[in-house]
Design a protein around this ligand. Sequence first.
Ligand SMILES: Nc1ccn([C@H]2C[C@H](O)[C@@H](COP(=O)(O)OP(=O)(O)OP(=O)(O)O)O2)c(=O)n1
Length: 162
Amino acid sequence: VEYCAFVGLARLIKHNMFGDKSDICFMLLNGGPAPRQRFAFSPEPTIEDIRRMQAEFTDERDWNQFHQPRNLLLAMVGEVGEVSELFQWRGEVAEGLPDWTEPEREQLAHELSDVMIYLVELAEKCRVDLPQAVLRKMALNRLKYPANKVHGSAKKYTEYQD
Ligand SMILES: Nc1ccn([C@H]2C[C@H](O)[C@@H](COP(=O)(O)OP(=O)(O)OP(=O)(O)O)O2)c(=O)n1
């Protein structure tokens, strides 16, 4: 009976009585800490979805006349500056931004999205198929930095001797 009550309590917590306490629940139900899960994005929207949605946004406003490659590049760099502002004077920021408030996190999400939106449109206007280009570039990165050669070192590839 006690065990059932214990498990029941754990399930109650898990099902949102106290918000997102999934780590505590895992410990209660499994008797040990949860394995750290790596953060992952949602599968959608894809980069192509983002390109299409921004193209619709631009078309609806007759803004293609302003969205030439150079302007998009400047707009993107401006948004990178806005991301930087959120980090400036904070000192080192740990992964997961543990000390940030929800409004600060949401602001960061907005600014990173602005960068992404302009990046995707810049690639479109330059006729770079960004998802495929990323695959090609990552293949090159793997060749340039073989894992067994550079493991644990952040040196630039030019610093390695064959
Ligand atoms: N000519 C424009 C203006 C805006 N946008 C879109 C793309 C960006 O996601 C966002 C940028 O909007 P703002 O220039 O208003 O910049 P912020 O949203 O960052 O506002 P603020 O500069 O006040 O922080 O809107 C766009 O595509 N083309």
